[in-house]
Design a binder for this molecule. Sequence first.
Ligand code: GLN
Length: 465
Amino acid sequence: MIDVKNLTIEKAGAMMQKGELTSVGLVSACLKNIEEKNKELNVFLEVFADALEQAKRADVLIKSGKGTKLTGIPMAIKDNILITGRKVSSASKMLENYVASYDAFIIKKLKSEGVVFIGRTNMDEFAMGSSTENSAYGPTKNPNDPSRVPGGSSGGSAAAVFSGMALGALGSDTGGSIRQPASFCGLVGMKPTYGAVSRSGLTAMSSSLDQIGPFAKTSEDAEIIFKAIVGKDKMDSTSLSLADYKSSPVRKIIGVPRDFLAKGVDPEVLKNFEESLAKLKRAGYLTKDIVMPYLKYSLPVYYIIMPAEVSTNLSRLDGVRYGLRNEGQNIFDMFKKSRSAGFGRETRRRMILGAYVLSHGYYDAYYNKAWQVRRAIIKEYQNTFKDVDFVMTPTVPTTAFKFGEKKDPLQMYLGDIFTVSANLAGLPAISIPSGVSVAGLPFGLEFTAPPYADASLFAIQKDLQ
Ligand code: GLN
């Protein structure tokens, strides 16, 4: 039997090119793992019935000599990315039976490479959360320890790759939803420069922050997926052209914002961080302590701008245009009944918070102020990157926590402290696994780079090893 848990995309692709492996064989092995473990872990909301058909077509493509590195590779897709003719629910009751009428730009690209879509993965409803506990379809469990969360919001995508149900996955990252679950599951997770990957066909959470990105076991694999999905798309006016990219990955100066790490980080996480930093020094990196006084405001700024955009984006889900409708006595009653039944608690909380910060009288005090500070954070990064090539922190202040441990939403939000600033500043960032705790739980390191320096992030993992 093929050991998918320890197989990389690079290796599987090369084996398929040489005829030592078929996509049908590979996909069958993933389906077997799904059959064995999905019931317990709740990774997939749907496993696509035609996965083997897709694999057969991929095998024909490979035989014809027209395959690429991704042809025949089984990938798991977060349930907020549109694939024509398939359900896409954002793990919400609101969109339970919604069927996509077009392909996301990146899905079109992956289809042209003959990728096999194996299923759609569980997530926090509309990508809001850090644990997948906010899914309307029950939480996903961490394959390392099922009593713990896999992270979120793309927890299903991370769990799928870690447990050998797919070789790679796509997630979306608005404030850490790729990097944080990658860290909790021991994978590489990457959030590209804002605009590098088209958002056309991604269910919007917070449009000025959202980016699609890859999950994989190694940086090499993550880069293969990244290269396949980047590029300008006329359907997303914020998407960028590849010509903007600097290809040289030779970057060696790491900045460490010490004061930012001083509070609230688990001692074991901090110890792993220091040890990893020492390893990188031995591998030839230079390190420099940096001061970034505005970073500590990222979290409050994020939790004002994000809900504001959420309340705007989700207002279209009103029982008329899309999704669930519960009849009422008049139109307002119908809105109320549909939206109350369709949205979960956390989603409603953020829509209300967003409407509040945008409301007359509070707009200047909250929303405008948050944007002023967001600009200061962007500037601070610009200045920082004059001296260093990366900013390094742990990805999350803790390892994977237990279900129900963070019932207070504010406690949950605090865990996003190291991830949200890259989204606010539109910067590329990666989480790389850096060993496991005494309890066997994965650690992750986060590196943030200047805009367009995405490629430089994929080179670090090798040096760390
Ligand atoms: N955990 C963050 C939140 O709850 C990030 C979400 C995301 O990146 N989609 O908003």
